[in-house]
Design a protein around this ligand. Structure first.
Ligand SMILES: O=C(O)C1=C[C@@H](OP(=O)(O)O)[C@@H](O)[C@H](O)C1
Ligand SMILES: C=C(OP(=O)(O)O)C(=O)O
Length: 419
């Protein structure tokens, strides 16, 4: 694996022909990997997880769990899912005394509903900074209650965290979700991961029941990451001609971001499922006969940036809604998107949970894309290099989920240089 260009202040990127034929080995799903690592630590340290994500977030989580630390400071850096899962994990580990912290941005990402739910289950958690936010001190305990209510309107990671530790609780766990649940497919991903390993889970939202059990399997394979696939759909869309093979992706998939297939089909990228993976084709005959597209991302927040760039660069007007959680991710993704799209004259208006794109895209050669410490800003804008040279600030941000991204673009014929 050669993780190129991660250390530079900025890079330039462009594609000399716009014709792409490539086979790209995507990283394993970060979401699946993180769930499996927690389950492995809770139940069976011998579990063999194949195809684990090589993302910074997963590598860090694995290191923390492998250390089997009982005391001291645990720094999750920028890894939101890992932070939320570890919060529940340590809270349910009798005898541990841990200070769980992260990078400055992590200290701005809320955890209040998860802490409240864990406390109701008997956990001992103290806020060390602002109430409702990291860092916290966790003194692990046997959690003896078996019913909990939690507000699901901030993050699904809170629900998944409870589901994961519920497998280890003596009488299991019944979770009742209050509020409007966001990112629902991630809850189903947790459930299906548990079921694959032999746990009993029943979901009838807003209720989830987990029964205690042990892992029945010794090996499990992680599917490649559909959120990472989104950048290759965008490359295909913007290309003159494309045929891209992404081995290992399945249809149907338990990863909610696989819904991106439908969006891109509408825009002119066809997906063919081959059993061994998927092949993407640019269908230049496809015409969108819609004045404007109305798309809701409440279930699939991680592909909103890719689709926003896809619509803008195709000159399609769009109303993107359900963006509630984008403000509390690696950066305020709504503002970041609007700032960067404006550099290409795209007319954007935005609110708390929506962006309206009113067209007007003009490619501007040599534009510098600011990335706001957010891997998905870098990856969603990089494919614009097909139209001409652009610059990407802090290319190293991609390692949060896809460290090989730049090397893979080079493999697909992009020319990338340090600047
Ligand atoms: O459970 C998971 O693996 C994730 C859930 C989503 O977060 P929210 O539920 O906070 O939207 C998603 O954005 C994140 O990248 C991964
Ligand atoms: C939001 C993300 O991750 P996390 O919440 O795990 O930091 C992401 O990968 O886009």
């Amino acid at each position: 694996m050669s993780y190129e260009f991660l250390q530079y202040d900025s890079i330039s990127i462009f594609h000399p022909t716009g014709v792409i034929r490539a086979k790209i080995e995507l990283p394993g799903s970060k979401s699946e990997s993180n769930r499996l690592l927690i389950l492995k630590a809770l139940h069976n340290r011998e579990l063999d997880i194949m195809g684990l994500s090589e993302s910074d977030d997963t590598v860090l989580l694995q290191k923390i769990l492998d250390n089997d630390l009982k005391e001291g400071v645990v720094d999750c850096q920028l890894a939101g899912t890992s932070y939320r899962f570890l919060l529940a994990y340590f809270a349910s580990m009798p005898g541990c005394d841990v200070l769980l912290t992260g990078a400055p941005r992590m200290l701005e990402r809320p955890i209040g509903p998860l802490v409240a739910a864990l406390r109701n289950l008997g956990a001992d958690i103290t806020y060390l900074g602002k109430d409702g936010y990291p860092p916290v001190r966790i003194q692990g305990k046997d959690l003896t209650e078996h019913y909990v209510e939690i507000d699901g309107s901030t993050s699904s990671q809170f629900i998944s965290a409870l589901m994961l530790i519920g497998t280890k609780m003596k009488s299991g766990l019944h979770i009742r979700i209050t509020g409007r649940q966001v990112s629902v497919p991630y809850i189903y991903l947790t459930a299906s991961t548990l079921q694959r390993l032999g746990f009993h889970v029943s979901i009838q939202l807003p209720d989830i029941t987990i029964l205690p059990a042990s892992i029945k399997m010794s090996k499990v394979r992680v599917e490649p990451d559909w959120s990472a696939a989104s950048y290759w759909y965008l490359v295909a869309l913007l290309s003159k001609e494309a045929e891209i093979f992404l081995p290992g992706l399945r249809i149907p998939s338990m990863q909610g971001d696989s819904a991106l297939r439908g969006y891109f089909d509408m825009l002119g990228v066809e997906t063919v499922y081959l059993g061994s993976g998927i092949r993407l084709f640019r269908n230049s005959m496809r015409e969108i006969n819609s004045e404007a597209l109305f798309l809701n991302f409440i279930d699939t927040p991680d592909i909103a940036q890719t689709i926003a760039v896809a619509l803008a660069a195709s000159g399609i007007k769009g109303y993107l809604t359900g963006l509630n959680t984008l403000r509390i991710k690696e950066t305020n993704r709504i503002e970041a998107l609007v700032n960067e799209l404006s550099k290409f004259s795209v007319q954007c208006e935005f609110g708390n949970d929506c962006i309206r794109l009113s067209g007007g895209f003009t490619f501007a050669e040599n534009t510098l894309i600011n990335t706001y410490g957010d891997h998905r800003m870098a990856m969603a804008f990089a494919p614009l290099g097909i139209f001409g040279k652009i610059f990407i600030e802090h290319p190293g941000v991609v390692s949060k989920s896809y460290p090989n991204f730049w090397s893979d673009l080079i493999h697909a014929g992009f020319l990338i240089q340090e600047t």
